[in-house]
Ligand binder design. Structure first.
Ligand SMILES: CC(C)(COP(=O)(O)OP(=O)(O)OC[C@H]1O[C@@H](n2cnc3c(N)ncnc32)[C@H](O)[C@@H]1OP(=O)(O)O)[C@@H](O)C(=O)NCCC(=O)NCCS
Length: 161
């Protein structure tokens, strides 16, 4: 796909990024209503700033007009060498064009340079799109985490950088 930029989240883009994150996550009917209600409260510009203050690294993909089309949040732990991918989100109008793959690759490169030798994450057991994405990029299944966050089942995945 042409005509886009992939960059680290800039301060000026926090309100739009938070809005994007909330809109995409809260419209995912795969998650329990209680989860989505909680997230809709937390995913505000202030909430995103808090994530950044806690060490989250966020990359976004913007189109030529500067509109956000993709988002990934990552928590690096260079001291112990393990990083965690939190959310990867692509605007429904731009899916299946390789943007999800690009965002994960960006994080894997960042992680390697930054000192993490392995990255892990989860996917909801019923989220076949997300499962397809991580499998495609060579992530291995660690196992099934049953009755986990909000009483839903998750697969855990990991990959060396
Ligand atoms: C999961 C998500 C990020 C994928 O983004 P994307 O830009 O469409 O992904 P890509 O185009 O890079 O696809 C990469 C691979 O993922 C898999 N995949 C993506 N969408 C898929 C779908 N609808 N069905 C099956 N496999 C799919 C495929 O293996 C695909 O490779 P291919 O196109 O060569 O077959 C996107 O669907 C999304 O934002 N979903 C909602 C949010 C979400 O569930 N995020 C994950 C929770 S952390």
């Amino acid at each position: 796909m042409k005509g886009f930029i992939l960059e680290k989240l800039q301060k000026k883009d926090i309100p739009e990024a938070a809005n994007f994150e909330r809109r995409l996550i809260c419209s995912l009917s795969l998650y329990k209503p209680k989860a989505r209600t909680d997230w809709s409260r937390e995913l505000t510009p202030r909430g995103l700033q808090k994530q950044l203050n806690r060490g989250a690294v966020v990359f976004v993909i913007k189109n030529e007009g500067g509109k956000i089309m993709g988002f990934i949040s990552y928590y690096p732990y260079p001291k112990n060498g393990v990083g965690w991918i939190d959310w990867v989100l692509v605007d429904p109008n731009f899916r299946r064009k390789g943007l999800g793959k690009l965002l994960i690759k960006q994080v894997m490169n960042f992680a390697k340079k930054h000192g993490e030798h392995v990255v892990w994450n989860d996917t909801l057991k019923i989220n076949y799109k997300s499962i397809g994405l991580f499998k495609k990029l060579g992530f291995a299944k660690l196992g099934l985490f049953k009755n986990a966050w909000y009483h839903q089942d998750y697969y855990l995945w990991y990959r060396s950088t």
